[in-house]
Design a protein around this ligand. Sequence first.
Ligand code: MTE
Length: 356
Amino acid sequence: MTNAQAATKIVRVSDPVNLEFPFETLSSDLTPTDAFYVRNHFSQPEINVQAWRLSIEGAVEKPLQLTFPELLSMPTHTVTSVLECAGNSRVFLSPKVAGAQWGLGAVGNAEWKGVLLSTILERACLAEDAVDVVFEGADKGVPDEQPKPCNPIYYARSIPKSKALEANILLAYEMNGAPLSEAHGFPLRLIVPGWYGMASVKWLQRIVVTEYPYDGYFQKIDYAFWEERDGLPVRQPITEIELKSQIAQPAAHSVIDANSTCLIYGAAWTGSSKIAKVEVSVDGGKEWHLANLGESDNPHAWIFWHYQWKTSATPHDTILMCRATDTEGRSQPLTRDLNKESYRISHTLPISVQVR
Ligand code: MTE
């Protein structure tokens, strides 16, 4: 961890390093890289880029071994996308659940540049019966939660073949106009816009195409949930980011002047649709007021919003909330769905403040 990181981020776990963006400092559309959250399951691997190769293997007609210069020479693509950890805002859950107690800042918005995954998969020629594309990072360890393997495993996650061929899925080597930092996956990471961060595998070393559904640890044990199908509970991987808005300012426990105008602002984002409106409540969810929404042509980026709150002359304690609605008419729920276990914390979050 550099001093800059220690100064600007909240240390949620020190070993392995897990750092949070202080969401109350939100001020720029792109989250500066030195303030961007870091989510690691294992220790950061050491990679010698001269010796490093990206291997594409499994159900492909032409297995590939690509060097870093070869990747850099391919056609580039840039995408601005939110990356949100599926455990973002876990500290708001009651009763408490296991895992890093993230506040509001296990999320950020960045510009990612690299090579389209589809370009590489087309070169390798996927076999007709290919089902899943598995991405393996170079970091290794024994995970925390049971049932867990006895021996160290690499961090790995998959996406279905049809998703892997979509435009915008990137093998990224740049973040915010600079080479990817070691903490964010140098030399190469996957970026799956619209999906929770667990899919965006860092320190990529292997892409394995399978002819069967991949059921690895981070696919079906961690970052998964129980879903009822035909009356039977089945374990499903977490995928798409859920519609969400968060208040950056005022921060929780702020003291706000009575009889004043207070600017409430924050960001909103969604996995696949578009934000249609954000509403704000200054009385714990009894009444809702329309916020002013910023503009963004980028479907995967977050959007800023703000609301001018005229505080009353009477001192009181209150709860601020925000609620996003998308163009498909979906709104953030007011309460938590317990089936989501310790992930996808997308209901409206209470921010307690005092008016004095
Ligand atoms: N990739 C590897 N190899 N190892 C990891 O621990 N964590 C995942 C994902 N990719 C992880 C990984 C999770 S859970 C998240 S939320 C994002 O990386 C975080 O990316 P960041 O650390 O660049 O913010």
